[in-house]
Write a protein that binds this ligand. Structure first.
Ligand SMILES: NC(=O)c1ccc[n+]([C@@H]2O[C@H](COP(=O)([O-])OP(=O)(O)OC[C@H]3O[C@@H](n4cnc5c(N)ncnc54)[C@H](O)[C@@H]3O)[C@@H](O)[C@H]2O)c1
Length: 266
């Protein structure tokens, strides 16, 4: 199959929804074989079916990114199914808001286990498989909230800032080892995905006027935050991920790709 990532094998975590779903579809459309990993079985099965219907290659693996044992299995299964591993999109994440002084340690740890431990574990387990496959590209989904602080989002910002520097440190490590493995972070602004419908009441309170019923309206939020005046779409992020996953970005490592409608430019 022709395409910008033809012949590559990719794992996309959190691939059952939103940005991960778009990444899985765009990578498959451009010729990669994609493992869609997620805790959401139904969503994962839907995405894999849609990729197959469009002529792409994908399979779903149920996967909690906070589990190290499961990471070892998922990487082994990807290699067994498709013959190697060249791309890892560490995308799975949650956003839990609330004032620092009232934030529970339980929520802090739950969010950190997915957003930070999950990224560490995925990167750790992907590296040997990528090395054995001749090299690869690790893409880490950070956030605009990994570049600038946001009131009421200190726990989330802590995880997204942490993965930003984690990416740079591992990028340097890989460069030093000469393994042809690149590591970069992506920083989305307000993107219209289901994440905004999964927020706790405390998180809704953080977003004030953009909170609508049980959700936060990304359009209202983006109108206030993004100079381009609207929320981004999941595909807007997937196109950046495609570039980082492909050999077109072969001279890029330890870098930050900001896709936020200008939100952090000022
Ligand atoms: N949507 C935005 O505005 C935005 C902005 C900046 C960064 N991000 C980041 O982009 C990433 C994707 O977000 P999204 O907006 O697509 O969210 P989403 O909620 O639409 O999708 C996230 C997916 O991750 C999965 N997931 C949750 N916990 C998991 C776990 N423990 N193991 C495996 N999968 C798990 C969910 O089931 C879901 O399918 C996240 O890391 C998020 O922090 C999103």
């Amino acid at each position: 199959m022709m395409g910008r990532v033809a012949g590559k094998v990719a794992i996309v975590t959190g691939g059952a929804s939103g940005i991960g779903e778009a990444c899985a579809k765009v990578l498959a459309r451009e010729g990669a074989s994609v493992v869609v990993s997620d805790i959401d079985r139904e969503g994962g099965a839907r995405v894999v079916k849609e990729i197959g219907d469009a002529g792409g290659k994908a399979r779903f693996l149920e996967h909690d990114v906070a589990s190290e044992a499961r990471w070892a299995e998922v990487v082994a299964a990807a290699v067994a199914a498709f013959g190697g591993l060249q791309v890892l999109v560490n995308n799975a994440g949650i956003g839990v808001g609330g004032l620092c002084e009232s934030f529970s340690l339980e929520d802090w740890r739950r969010q950190t286990a997915i957003n930070l431990d999950g990224v560490f574990l995925g990167t750790k387990h992907a590296i040997p498989a990528m090395r054995a496959s001749g090299g690869g590209s690790i893409v880490i989904m950070s956030s605009g909230a990994g570049l600038t602080g946001a009131p009421g989002m200190s726990g989330y910002c802590a995880t997204k800032g942490a993965v930003r520097l984690f990416a740079k440190a591992v990028a340097l490590e890989m460069a030093q080892l000469g393994d042809n493995i690149r590591v970069n972070s992506v920083h989305p602004g307000v993107i219209d995905t289901p994440i905004w419908t999964k927020v706790t009441p405390e998180t809704r309170a953080v977003f004030g006027g953009a909170a609508q019923g049980n959700a936060v309206d990304p359009a209202v939020l983006a109108a206030a935050m993004a100079p381009l005046g609207k929320a981004g779409m999941p595909e807007d992020i997937a196109m950046g991920v495609l570039f980082l996953a492909s050999d077109e970005s072969r001279y890029m490592t330890g870098a930050e790709l900001v896709i936020d409608g200008g939100a952090t430019a000022g």
